[in-house]
Design a protein around this ligand. Structure first.
Ligand code: GTP
Ligand code: MN
Ligand code: MN
Length: 367
């Protein structure tokens, strides 16, 4: 019997951008459970519930030690009744019936399998499930028309499910760097996304490309893609044009949080073994998802901050900016609504300063 007065009570600020969240998670069982419910909500078009579970999981990720009882959670932010019930179930019974039920449900399993295909979102998966398609095999037999992305996704399904290692990310970084400097000397690439936050594996590799001279980056992506294609490095790519409109005195006010950089979603062919020819039936390469983004140098700090993640950290930064500072933050710019002007920055540190926040390095943005 533990005396309640001796129970460690935790204290955590409510915005994830006020917290330092490393990869050293002391409550993985609880956060995995809440993340699974978040995923299920997101796949079921219940984004509000999804965010609520993500916020609850993120609060637990920020705790300095394992939670042993719900009394420790008194006063913590973002823990609604639903999340608390799940946590209590796990602490007291070893498992949450809701989580176990969801995990086993045919609907969730089908949504997972289908949305794990690159190019397939929740809406498409939903439609297929309504047509009785619950597995890859059923999808292949169904005669459903697949777009180019989905075809590639299905073809490379097993490879793309395998986590990408940091060593693989670095190997791809070298190839992308060679491509970039070949087509535009002086251009620079930066590893972003989860690997910049220190993750050891990822579902893809993300790179931000820029050039120190404003304007030199225009038209860069198609050249990089052509170079990579000519060298046989791309199994799939889809490039989208920059649609960010420039006003006379600076970038136009972003209409939404969706960013409009020139970007490329791709599937790389990464050679994994340079040794002697492997026995027949074995290949010496694997498919890896790679995202490339090109930013002009004037927006680089915002792009870097916006593409480093985590997704929840980004969401919380924008919420903080909007609700607490009357500013609009995007991956392109920071707009001060009170002053009616854009705030220029050349580093992430400056952006945190504008926002009145202590600087949080990438390794502590793992909310
Ligand atoms: P893993 O790839 O799963 O290891 O994690 P990750 O954090 O790298 O996730 P992901 O590659 O999906 O995204 C990397 C970062 O880019 C995240 O911070 C996202 O918020 C951001 N991001 C992804 N897509 C978009 C987009 O369309 N617009 C903007 N602005 N940001 C995006
Ligand atoms: Mn990533
Ligand atoms: Mn990505």
């Amino acid at each position: 019997q533990i005396d309640e007065a001796e129970v460690v009570a935790f204290s955590v600020p409510s915005y994830a951008c006020l917290r330092r969240t490393t990869l050293d998670n002391h409550n993985p069982v609880l956060t995995d459970a809440l993340s699974l419910l978040a995923e299920n909500a997101e796949l079921s078009d219940e984004d509000g519930r999804g965010v609520a579970f993500r916020r609850a999981a993120a609060v637990l990720k920020a705790l300095p030690e394992p939670v042993t009882g719900v009394t420790q959670l008194r006063g913590l932010p973002c823990l609604g009744g639903h999340s608390l019930r799940v946590i209590r179930d796990i602490l007291e019974n070893g498992a949450s019936s809701e989580v176990e039920f969801t995990k086993q449900s045919e609907r969730f399993k089908a949504l997972k399998v289908l949305t794990d295909i690159f190019g397939v979102g929740a809406k498409t998966a939903e439609r297929w499930i309504r047509d009785g398609i619950h597995s890859l095999h059923q999808l292949q037999e169904s005669g459903q028309t697949l777009n180019r992305a989905q075809q590639a996704g299905l073809e490379h399904y097993d490879d793309l499910k395998q986590p990408v290692t940091k060593a693989e990310a670095d190997a791809i970084g070298e190839i992308v760097e060679e491509a970039v400097v070949s087509v535009l000397p002086g251009a620079q690439i930066t590893l972003i996304g989860g690997f910049r936050r220190g993750k050891l594996t990822g579902h893809d590799v993300d790179f931000l490309i820029t050039h120190p001279e404003e304007g030199r980056e225009v038209g860069l992506m198609p050249k990089v893609v052509s170079w990579l294609e000519s060298q046989g490095f791309l199994l799939y790519q889809k490039t989208t044009r920059n649609s960010y409109l420039e006003a006379k005195d600076g970038p136009a006010r972003p209409a939404s949080n969706m960013d409009r950089f020139e970007r490329c979603f791709s599937i790389f062919k990464l050679v994994t073994d340079e040794g002697p020819k492997p026995a027949s039936g074995h290949r010496r390469w694997r498919a890896v998802r790679v995202d490339l983004v090109v930013s002009p140098i004037s927006q680089f700090a915002f792009a870097l901050l916006g593409w480093t993640g985590s997704k929840l950290f980004e969401r919380e930064l924008r919420r903080w900016a909007g609700h607490e500072k009357a500013m609009s933050l995007s991956s392109h710019a920071l707009y001060d609504n009170k002053q009616g002007r854009y705030l220029k920055a050349t580093s992430e540190e400056e952006i945190f300063t504008y926002l009145g926040l202590e600087y949080i390095p990438p390794s502590e943005r793992n909310a």
